[in-house]
Write a protein that binds this ligand. Sequence first.
Ligand SMILES: NC(=O)c1ccc[n+]([C@@H]2O[C@H](COP(=O)([O-])OP(=O)(O)OC[C@H]3O[C@@H](n4cnc5c(N)ncnc54)[C@H](O)[C@@H]3O)[C@@H](O)[C@H]2O)c1
Ligand SMILES: O=P(O)(O)OC[C@@H](O)[C@@H](O)[C@H](O)[C@H](O)CO
Length: 440
Amino acid sequence: MSDPRTIHLGLGAFFRAHQAYYTHRAEQLTGQQTGIHAFTGRKPDAAETLAAQGFGYTLIERGADGDKLELINSIRAASAGADQDAWRDAWLVDDLQLVTMTITEAGYRVTPDDLPALQAGRPGSAMSRLLYGLQTRRQAGLGPVAVISCDNLASNGEVLGRTVRELAGQWDDDLAAWIETSASFPSTMVDRITPATTDADRELATAWLREQGAEQAIDNMPVVCEPFTEWVIAGDFPAGRPAWDQVGVTVVDDVAPYEQRKLWLLNAGHSMLAYYGLALGHATIDQTMADPRCTELLEALWSAAAEVLPFDAAEIERACEALRVRFRNPRIRHNLIQIAGDGSQKLPNRTLGIYRARRAARLPLDPGTPATLAGWLIHLGTDRVNDQGVAELYSRFASAETATPSARIPVMLEFFGADLADDHELAAAIGDQLKQLDVK
Ligand SMILES: NC(=O)c1ccc[n+]([C@@H]2O[C@H](COP(=O)([O-])OP(=O)(O)OC[C@H]3O[C@@H](n4cnc5c(N)ncnc54)[C@H](O)[C@@H]3O)[C@@H](O)[C@H]2O)c1
Ligand SMILES: O=P(O)(O)OC[C@@H](O)[C@@H](O)[C@H](O)[C@H](O)CO
């Protein structure tokens, strides 16, 4: 079998439910085996587990009425992100087409350590590893590739391309010039709710494989997702790509409106339900959807977003109705604490994106934004915070000697931008939401 023509960075749940699924479908349809070499963030665990079961895994499509299971086998190799030899070799595949990535919002950050690490030939972060891979390909005189962000980031292709070009410019002019002619950065809107896999899912997948006749089979890496799935892509693929457009992927000239619709309805909705729902003692999205205190705020947030989204009312209502059904799916246990991670990176483009667009259009303050920010402030006071970008905010809280959520409101607003620092209306509305939640 030929070497994989796609490298994927970030062997997490979503990649297995989405990009690997579409490539699997395209391979099934065309018979053309393009294959994927998947890399973990750093640790070897996921790569070793997948290798031990022959790289195949079960996709559990979890509808409200039942499960549909399917074996996915588009991944042909898996390596630890820290395995630099494997990373180099993957980039040296002559007919490599694509590098895809799901590295979370935080993975796009460049730190002062990145340039010295590249100069020393020891890249560690996602961005420096990407640069190292592109350099490997350039130095070997190999052909162009498309590098595709599949993260929930506004303008993900643009952000990725800009970040790569800036770092390349600091490191090596020849590489920077090569990137201009030999790397493209398509933009994507990716959508499929994919909660973390549980032991019960592993047992279900193993039992199913055995029922299919694979008597010794063990599936330690199944993935659970909702039936709904969407992938919208815009951009160039200089070395070609799997036949994704024949298996449900939408190829457009401009992904921006789709991405904005998704980030402002689904993801901003998720953030609101996560922070506000945690403050009310809920644990999963479907639980918040049974609580009118949450659903009223969600509907208010969606109405507010609808007024500043570039879609007509009927199309927005179709998307919201689909989301009501998706969020209520009682068999998808999507943990609020998982969604609550990395708020410092996510809130600016999601909740505050809606807020700033409304303010620019001189529309009134909606209750969804202050409710989300009040919930976030409460969350920041707990020991359950998982956010690589929040250290600076904590040090600002410390300097300002603020300990309670309400005292922290102005510090948080200033952290999100000078334009919010004197926003007394928003500050007062967040204070009101805290009072309603009975929090000082
Ligand atoms: N889960 C979903 O419903 C969903 C849906 C759409 C998009 N996404 C996107 O996919 C991302 C990953 O979600 P998931 O469900 O796969 O999570 P996950 O926890 O299963 O996997 C996260 C993956 O990202 C890698 N990673 C994290 N930080 C990294 C870094 N700094 N450098 C390199 N790799 C890094 C991890 O190693 C892991 O492979 C999300 O952040 C989001 O942008 C997720
Ligand atoms: O993946 P994040 O952390 O950017 O956001 C959390 C969820 O809102 C997100 O994963 C959604 O489930 C997903 O975007 C659905 O397609």
